[in-house]
Design a protein around this ligand. Structure first.
Ligand code: BDP
Length: 591
């Protein structure tokens, strides 16, 4: 699916702003045809944003079920005779959309785009009512999973991931127009051949028009051209995309009709680079790469998981300030704006699906819900795996052309020490490799499946480990934690695969100090990170360190969470804790 863009042949209109919004706790809206008129008892709601924290009402914050959004948009006069598409960059976790009274699309999965051709339901120059029902209920057949439990106080949504279940229309909504013959998809794989670069492209389109491609460098000079729906372009003396150097070429794809007229076109950025795993090395452009950075979240005060350009730019500024060269899109695909920005700025991305919380072993503790088996016909089953597979397909097709994305993470901390887990994951790894043979594939291993017990890491090209020695294990005893951590890592190192530590971190209440370095203090976070770094530096197979987390973030309520998860190196409003300065000294040798 091509993201909407403005160019000589395409025009788009952004539908963001204030929409009307109504909760539907009785689930009455679909049968009651709420899409056929104004929403009952509606209030105003910002799009894009999570709805949860905008009103002051705790009922809205904790709400699960159907919520309705509506807006009316005028279709531009000039779009008469054009193909008109309604495009959502995401709706969390599922949505159904109507144009006027006509249902036009439904989509499952909270973090990937979907679109509907609404040409037949609109008239250029006339307004059209757009209604969306978004549903945020999690079940064993959703990614991420959850369950609705009956309690003496009514139904409650439980889930096993450590971030708040923000929901709503989180990213931009577009109306756009193209010619009826149009490009539908473009995929790109780049390669290096000495000093030359190659760009293999494959183009899909509707209709019979022929395709033509033009490649321009960043200065606008044409450096290659080709014809046909697939082919390979060669750039002599290529300027590679590399970490810290987000050099991009512009691939212009044109659809040309019989008369030689360009009926549709699309500009696609291309970064020419290679990614490869050899032994325990992770290579970008043939050179060993060491990941520094964070697991992040899309999480902000008031707007929750709503995309915000100002915060995005600020977060990237902070990554540069601290000397981070990478991040993981923990625990779901991030806004496409974030990936585009990473491409342009040479930041390396581990791209993750929303498969988080597939682990009932973690079900007690902070999450409350207990007593379930992870993989079983009644819990996470074949139907769940199909939803998971679809989430992988949508992630890979959305993000495969981003040079910043170097590694797929198909799940975070699932159960991985059982036969059932092995059977569940085997086909998902195969699927990911089929979809994208050009990138390594992995998943993030949990401390409950330590070295020697994990049955899923056999499928992974790269070992991604989340470990909390010195926090959940032996809190406050860093010498003991250091020994245990090193012993486990030395085990993993024998596998002859690169190891990225995708999470290590300590909750830290900003402003809490302790001369003796007690947990929760800023001093402890620094000492904890130092201990981890000593261990990593002793083990050659460790090729990356991503601290958990970039910033404090919202979670469910729980006695282990003080106003959310406090493992941020920055506070939720992006102020540095002492650890930020310590990391900057380690990661920015020039600072
Ligand atoms: C890991 C999870 C992450 C949590 C973190 C923590 O991957 O989502 O937020 O631990 O407990 O289990 O802080």
């Amino acid at each position: 699916m091509l993201r909407p863009q403005d160019n000589a042949t395409r025009e788009r209109k952004r539908l963001d702003g204030l929409w009307t919004f109504a909760l539907d706790p009785d689930g009455a809206g679909r049968a009651g045809r709420w899409f056929a008129g104004r929403l009952p008892r509606a209030r105003e709601m910002a799009v894009p944003a999570s709805f949860n924290d905008i009103p002051t009402d705790p009922v809205v914050r904790e709400y699960f079920g159907d919520v309705w959004y509506q807006t009316t948009v005028r279709v531009p006069q000039g779009w008469a005779g054009r193909r008109i598409v309604l495009h959502f960059e995401s709706a969390t976790h599922r949505a159904t959309v109507w144009a006027r009274d006509v249902e036009v699309v439904s989509h499952e999965g909270g973090y990937t785009p979907f679109a509907a051709d609404i040409t037949d339901h609109v008239t250029a120059g006339e307004p059209v009512r757009i209604t969306v029902v978004v549903n945020n209920t999690l079940s064993f057949q959703s990614i991420p999973p959850g369950i609705v439990e009956d309690t003496p106080a009514g139904k409650r949504q439980r889930y096993w991931h450590d971030f708040f279940n923000y929901a709503g229309i989180h990213r931009p909504v577009w109306l756009y127009a193209t010619a009826s013959q149009h490009l539908t998809d473009i995929s790109i794989v780049t390669g290096l051949d000495g000093g030359a670069g190659t760009i293999q492209y494959q183009i899909e389109s509707s209709g019979e028009a022929v395709t033509r491609v033009l490649l321009h460098d960043a200065a606008g000079r044409q450096v290659a051209a080709g014809a046909g729906a697939s082919g390979t372009l060669r750039i002599d003396d290529v300027h590679r995309w590399a970490p810290g150097d987000g050099y991009l070429y512009d691939l212009e794809v044109q659809l040309v009709d019989d008369g030689g007229t360009v009926v549709d076109s699309y500009h696609h950025s291309v970064g020419v680079r290679t990614v490869e795993v050899t032994g325990s090395r992770f290579l970008i452009n043939g050179e060993p790469f060491y990941f520094t950075g964070f697991g992040k979240h899309e999480d902000l005060a008031v707007i929750g998981k709503g995309h915000n350009d100002a915060f995005m730019v600020h977060d990237f500024e902070l990554l540069e300030w601290i000397g981070a060269n990478s991040f993981r899109t923990s625990h779901y695909p991030y806004s496409e704006d974030v990936l585009d920005y990473a491409d342009r700025h040479g930041i390396v991305v581990i791209d993750e699906t929303a498969a988080v919380g597939l682990n009932m072993g973690l079900g007690g503790g902070i999450f409350g819900a207990q007593g379930y088996v992870t993989f079983s016909p009644e819990t996470i089953n074949d139907a769940s795996r199909e939803v998971h597979a679809q989430a992988i397909r949508e992630l890979v097709t959305r993000d495969r052309n981003h040079p910043s994305v170097v590694l797929w993470s198909i799940a975070n901390e699932p159960e991985s020490d059982s036969e059932a887990a092995e059977a569940y994951f085997r086909p998902l790894f195969e699927l990911t490799r089929r979809l994208d043979p050009s990138r390594p594939v992995g998943f993030v291993n949990v401390m409950l499946a330590p070295y020697g017990e994990c049955r899923v890491s056999q499928f992974a090209d790269v070992l991604m480990l989340n470990r909390y020695y010195g926090w959940y294990v032996d809190p406050g005893d860093l010498p003991l934690a250091e020994q245990k951590w090193e012993a486990e890592l030395r085990g993993w190192a024998t596998e002859n695969k690169p190891i990225i530590i995708t999470e290590y971190g300590a909750d830290t209440y900003p402003g809490l100090h302790s001369v003796a370095g007690q947990p929760w203090s800023e001093e402890y976070q620094v000492e904890y990170l130092d201990m981890n770094h000593r261990v990593f530096d002793r083990i050659d197979a460790v090729v990356g360190e991503q601290v958990w987390n970039f910033a404090d973030f919202a979670t469910i309520s729980g006695v282990m969470r003080v106003g959310g998860n406090r493992k941020g190196v920055f506070t939720r409003d992006r102020q540095p804790k002492a650890a930020a300065h310590a990391l900057r000294r380690r990661w920015r040798k020039d600072a």
